[in-house]
Design a protein. Sequence first.
Length: 154
Amino acid sequence: MQTPNQPPNKRGKPFQLGNDFGKGRPAGSRNKATLIASSLLEGEAEEITRKVIEMAKAGDLTAIRLCMDRLIGPCRERHVQLDLHPVETAEDVSKGYSQLLAAVAQGELTVNEGLALAEILSLKRQAIETEDLSRRLKALETQQEGGDVQTVAA
């Protein structure tokens, strides 16, 4: 419970942002401690890296983990080259799905890469369907304007 001298609780963002311009810390800016550590290691990086590699070769598990985690890093995404036939019709989309499935089955693509490409094919299929529907609608409108449309009584 609040006392009469106590200001009301502020909801939302009661604190002022981090700098004079009201925008907080700029994107991509580095911590001061990181900048200092980088400057200290600037001339020594090659020698330290060589030492860690030697320790890893000697069987030091921590050094091995450091080498694997830091030097190689996780592979997040790679450039995929797949020779797909041109996709212009719904049948072409179906053929594209078959090609993707074959590429995943043969190990040319990972399952996640196949799924991502399948999503792109799905978007292409939707675009083809939308274009087809638009084309048919225009044809019907043109027929109606010319009086060529025959109505069927139910």
